[in-house]
Design a protein around this ligand. Structure first.
Ligand code: ATP
Ligand code: MG
Length: 759
């Protein structure tokens, strides 16, 4: 025990060893909240106050859950695999798998990710002949998710006009459609579980009796439904231990409600409120920057952070002339950090918007530095992977219409739009899934559709006894996906990704504790025999959710859930020492020796959307606070005068956040003033610290010749007329030219897009 509690400061120690009562730990970034939460779990178990099965811990991401489990196993000689540690969605998924019947779901229900949800809504509006300009699919989606996150079904939504009534009607229709297909969206996972536990007293009491200790990390980002869910599970006797930081609340746009912290204190009558003010993560200059910045926000619960770590190095600020040059500069710095002996995985490049990553990735790719991207074009969202997943989904649950439509004619098998229309009519008429409606389609269309059904059945049959990764392999061949991409010119990359899906399946199986030889369809049956029995209201015996996940879900179902729920980083790359790329949002809770925050420009960070929303800029500032506080030893902040985003060049002003950082903590590495544009335009003023280095690095980023263009060349453009190339940068897909068009002025053009003629 001594070792467990060693190295905790007095406040942390007090928090870890609180009596079994509700508690709120309110503390800033890097003050050890997550560490306190994890240590408390270990302490509770070690002192015999609770068994591992009596703990429910909620984390914000799956990655964080894994991290927590591995920390726990390092502290205690226990197997954490069966423990209830996960995200709200993950935990609900697990409950619903165990109690699918009581929840009114098919055993093989599947999870719709946001993209699937949107395309399903679009399809539905079309089938119902609803004007999608009047009722935009995206708005309907927000409407539905928002209602569900407030705990409301269609029938509970207040109707005050015709427009609203239509939304409610569509909401109802959507839910019925999901039910028919056996699919649930993210919000539904939570709402279903909430309703199940509300309705079913024995189940509720069972879990309330079981989870004596409920611990929640990142509490500031819970939404209302999650909060109510917690209240329900907590019941009367259980202790809820919540940790959070109001300054890091960054998901308001998704319905997170920071007010839950205050509500929690009041409604749970929290007697134990502990603040942690010692920061163990960041050096002084970094922490000063975070503190000074966040002080500009008005609505705060009030707390401070100090460090004993000393000032450390100043925060380096760099102004680039273009996003390409920004990326190149970052890579140079990364190389020098690696040269100093820093691990690549201890270096993170953060950006506000996913679209920024392309240029950085491009430069990284050329530099040969291994890197890993989190979020963004996620592995499971790539087109070829989505196709493969759709086949797997159909094998698991053929009534998933989205999956059906995605691959019924991919690779092409002569099933045209007409046939699909006929099929959709039949499905609508009988109120059944597309798959089930196939026998009702006559003629040639019926024959080719029947052929597809046979293919899916054959794939199921052939793979019955196979372990998951073998099943995936067979599916890739039988579906025709691999043969299809073999004939495609650019298919090699896609085939490689598909092969990575096999690796991902293999890794999944070994990590989740399925025997490597467990047939992919088997699982629940095996477990039903061993799991303790529990009676539901109607006296049906079911397995208890005590049984590990592997027992309530077949490996295939589990893998598919994982594909929908996991942030979806490319698992095949896991473990490699790679530079970390991610959005600021997905960096929450993490820490790195060195952090680069990129694109600190007005309109990008703070994001332009924030200007219209109330409190929008304050939320952006919290986001910046999260970004800064990820860094332990080195922090770099960059911005660029021009940036190509969504096919357009933007001329930027530096972010207002620079004015909110303490001057003494910053070191400007480039011309501070904004006046200079490129060479020869306006006079370049005040070169702050290192004029030569700055000049060199700018000059370095341009070359005399790019592709078959060179500086000084005369060109003509349809809109801007004649001009002279002043500068060239980038290469390949990123070639650009700065061109002086005389009376039209300087333009930065993408050489792959702009139609230029040589003169
Ligand atoms: P965030 O708000 O970013 O989630 P946090 O409050 O959860 O941060 P942790 O991640 O738990 O903070 O801790 C930050 C770092 O400080 C970790 O590396 C952790 O191991 C370290 N740390 C926490 N407490 C102590 C301590 N008492 N002594 C030494 N190191 C500590
Ligand atoms: Mg944390």
């Amino acid at each position: 025990m001594q070792t467990l509690l060693e190295n905790l400061n007095p406040e942390q120690l007090a928090a870890v060893t609180l009596p079994p009562q509700h508690a709120l730990i309110l503390a800033g970034a890097g003050s050890g909240k997550t560490r306190v939460l994890t240590t408390r779990i270990a302490w509770l178990i070690q002192t015999g106050q609770v068994s591992p099965a009596g703990v429910l811990a909620v984390t914000f991401t799956n990655k964080a859950a894994k991290e927590m489990m591995s920390r726990l196993s390092a502290m205690l000689p226990i197997n954490t695999r069966g423990m209830w540690i996960g995200t709200f969605h993950g935990l609900c998924n697990r409950l619903l798998r165990a109690h699918y019947r009581d929840a009114g779901l098919p055993q093989t229900f599947q999870i719709l990710d946001s993209a699937d949800q949107l395309s399903m809504i679009k399809r539905m509006l079309k089938a119902l002949n609803v004007d999608d300009e009047k009722y935009p699919p995206r708005n309907l989606m927000y409407f539905i998710n928002n209602a569900k996150e407030q705990g409301l079904r269609a029938r509970d939504v207040e109707v005050n006009d015709d427009y609203n009534r239509k939304f409610v009607e569509l909401f109802e229709f959507y839910d019925n459609q999901c039910q028919r297909e056996g699919v649930v969206d993210f919000a539904e996972l939570l709402l279903r579980t909430y309703e199940l536990l509300t309705r079913n007293q024995p189940l509720r009491e069972h879990y309330q009796g079981r989870f004596r200790h409920i611990l929640v990390d990142e509490f500031q980002d819970t939404n209302n439904l999650q909060y109510n869910w917690l209240k329900l599970i907590a019941g009367k006797g259980n202790a809820v231990f919540a940790v959070g930081d109001d300054d890091q609340s960054i998901y308001a746009f998704r319905g997170a409600n920071v007010g839950n912290m205050i509500a929690f204190e009041r409604e749970f009558n929290v007697q134990n409120l502990i603040k942690l003010e010692q920061n163990y993560r960041s050096h002084g200059h970094i922490l000063d920057s975070a503190n000074t910045l966040i002080a500009n926000n008005s609505k705060r619960l009030g707390k401070n952070l100090r460090t004993d770590a000393g000032h450390g190095e100043q925060v380096r600020v760099y102004e680039a002339s273009s996003d390409i040059q920004e990326a190149q500069w970052i890579i140079e710095q990364v190389k020098s950090l690696i040269g100093e002996g820093m691990l690549r995985s201890e270096i993170a490049v953060l950006y506000r918007s996913n679209a920024q990553s392309r240029v950085i990735e491009h430069s990284l790719f050329n530099s040969g530095i291994p890197y890993r991207v989190y979020g963004g074009q996620r592995f499971f969202e790539r087109a070829e992977i989505k196709h493969a997943i759709a086949y797997l989904q159909l094998m698991d649950n053929p009534h998933n219409d989205s999956a059906f439509l995605r691959v019924v004619n991919f690779p092409t098998r002569g099933i045209g739009a007409k046939s699909i229309e006929q099929l959709q009519d039949a499905a609508k008429q009988y109120g059944i899934s597309l798959y089930a409606a196939v026998p009702y389609v006559a003629g040639k269309a019926g024959t080719s559709l029947g052929g597809f059904v046979k293919l899916v059945e054959a794939m199921r049959f052939e793979t019955q006894q196979l372990p998951l990764q073998e099943l995936v392999k067979v599916m890739l061949e039988m579906s025709g996906l691999i043969p299809h991409y073999q004939t495609e010119k650019e298919g090699a990359d896609r085939i490689e990704n598909l092969e990575q899906l096999v690796s991902a399946a293999m890794l999944f199986v070994s990590e989740e504790g399925y025997g490597i030889d467990t047939p992919a369809y088997l699982g629940p049956k095996a477990a039903a025999a061993s799991g303790p029995a529990l009676l539901t209201e109607d006296g049906v015996e079911i397995i208890d959710a005590d049984t590990p996940l592997a027992a309530v879900m077949s490996p295939l179902s589990a893998f598919l859930s994982h594909a929908s729920l996991e942030a979806g980083d490319n698992q095949a790359q896991a473990g490699q020492d790679a530079l970390q790329l991610m959005t600021v949002h997905s960096a929450k809770g993490l820490e790195f020796d060195a952090v680069f925050i990129t694109g600190l420009e007005e309109g990008l960070f703070p994001h332009e959307n924030s200007a219209q929303e109330e409190g929008g800029v304050e939320e952006e500032r919290r986001l910046m606070y999260v970004a800064i506080t990820r860094a332990k030893k080195r922090l770099y902040i960059t911005f660029s005068q021009t940036r190509m985003l969504h096919g357009q060049t933007r001329y930027n002003m530096k972010s207002r956040f620079f004015d909110e950082l303490p001057e003494h903590a910053l070191k400007w590495l480039s011309p501070k003033a904004q006046q200079h544009h490129w060479f020869g335009l306006k006079s370049q003023s005040a070169w702050d610290e290192a004029p030569e280095a700055a000049a060199n690095s700018i000059a370095q980023s341009f070359s005399n010749k790019v592709g078959n263009w060179r500086i000084g060349e005369s060109v003509s453009h349809a809109k801007f007329g004649e001009g002279v190339i002043v500068n060239l940068e980038g290469s390949g897909a990123n070639m650009r030219a700065h061109i002086n068009f005389g009376k039209h002025g300087m333009k930065l053009l993408d050489l792959n897009i702009a139609k230029l003629e040589k003169l």
